[in-house]
Design a protein. Structure first.
Length: 339
């Protein structure tokens, strides 16, 4: 399949991006993973035999990306293909990455068995696998020197794989102008998997790039505005709990918004509200604990010691960390006979 130029796709992509972000049923992960567009980011909990790699680190190199599982014969054969093609082409600027959800030890054992010197990305939560829409294993992806997917499909045909690598090496390197656009594609994929924090980071980075075009910055601003709206929508749910006097729940929801939309106004506003609402929740808790303590002490003063002890224990369990709980513990020590 002939690779499509990225810029027209990205121009269409911001119409797509808005539709995606607004939940109109389109799939940015699919857009990002198809042949002809920017490769999604490789997200790994751990990197083996390599430092953590981003597409910016691999700019100007062709990348062989294999999704493997060492427990199957097909994956072992594919790993041998990966090692062999990388060995033949590495000197020409070809990098190789194996993506697996296995342990570090299992991945290293497979690399040793096939004689591979490729980098290994441990994708335990399958984030990268989902971004590339990988269903069956093994799967092979070839990314050209501009970070664009030029080949994708089941691994197992070494000749076809070598041809795809050769084709990628022959392609004209378009250079830095694609980089900001690749960040926008990665942001679309992050929006699709409901990861606004990652999307915001990609978009803010795209706007600051010295090689970003005015169109890149405008597209990033549109998507940031869409995420701002989403953040405000989630924050309004928290405000609803605050209006109902449910301060602790309001603070919890606002804290989520602050973490997930960090870098946007909605995130900053949420962080400020968290402080205020937690303060109110703490004050209300102290008041409730104090009222319960007064009731317990009144029972104590009436000589209803057994009921007072029961109430004091309830205060200690329900309001730990409050001054009332400390006083309840002290009074319990006086009322409860030492064994």
């Amino acid at each position: 399949m002939t690779a499509l130029p990225l810029r027209p796709i990205l121009s269409l992509g911001l119409g797509l991006g808005l539709a995606l972000a607004l939940g109109l049923g389109l799939d940015p992960a699919r857009v990002a993973a198809d042949v002809g567009v920017a490769a999604p980011r490789v997200e790994a909990r751990e990197w083996v035999s390599s430092k953590p790699l981003a597409w910016a680190d691999l700019d100007g190199q062709v990348v062989l990306l294999f999704f493997l599982d060492s427990r199957t014969k097909a994956s072992k054969d594919a790993a041998r293909d990966l090692a062999e093609v990388h060995k033949q082409s590495g000197w020409r600027g070809v990098a190789a990455i194996a993506v697996t959800d296995e342990t570090k030890e299992q991945a290293l054992a497979l690399a040793k068995e096939v004689g591979g010197s490729y980098a290994i990305a441990i994708d335990r939560d399958a984030a990268t696998r989902r971004a590339y829409r990988v269903v069956g294993l093994p799967q092979a992806v070839v990314v050209d020197r501009d970070g664009v997917v030029v080949h994708e499909g089941p691994a197992g045909d070494r000749v076809r794989l070598a041809d795809a690598v050769e084709d990628a090496l022959r392609r004209k390197w378009m250079g830095p102008w694609r980089r900001a656009s690749a960040a926008l594609a990665a942001a679309l994929a992050a929006i699709d998997r409901d990861d606004p924090k990652a999307a915001i980071a990609e978009l803010l980075a795209a706007r600051k790039r010295s090689d970003a075009t005015d169109r890149d910055r405008a597209d990033a601003a549109i998507l940031l505005g869409t995420l701002e709206v989403k953040g405000e929508e989630r924050l309004r749910r928290a405000e609803g709990h605050a209006e109902a006097g449910e301060w602790a729940e309001a603070a919890r929801l606002a804290d989520e918004v602050a973490a997930r939309f960090d870098g946007l106004r909605a995130g900053q506003r949420a962080a400020n509200l968290v402080k205020a609402w937690r303060s109110v929740a703490s004050t209300r808790r102290e008041i409730a604990a104090g009222e319960a303590l007064l009731a317990a002490l009144e029972l104590d003063g009436q000589g209803r010691t057994r009921e007072a002890i029961k109430q004091l224990r309830r205060i200690v369990q329900k309001y730990p960390g409050t001054k009332a709980a400390e006083r309840a513990e002290a009074r319990l020590a006086e009322l409860t006979p030492k064994k």
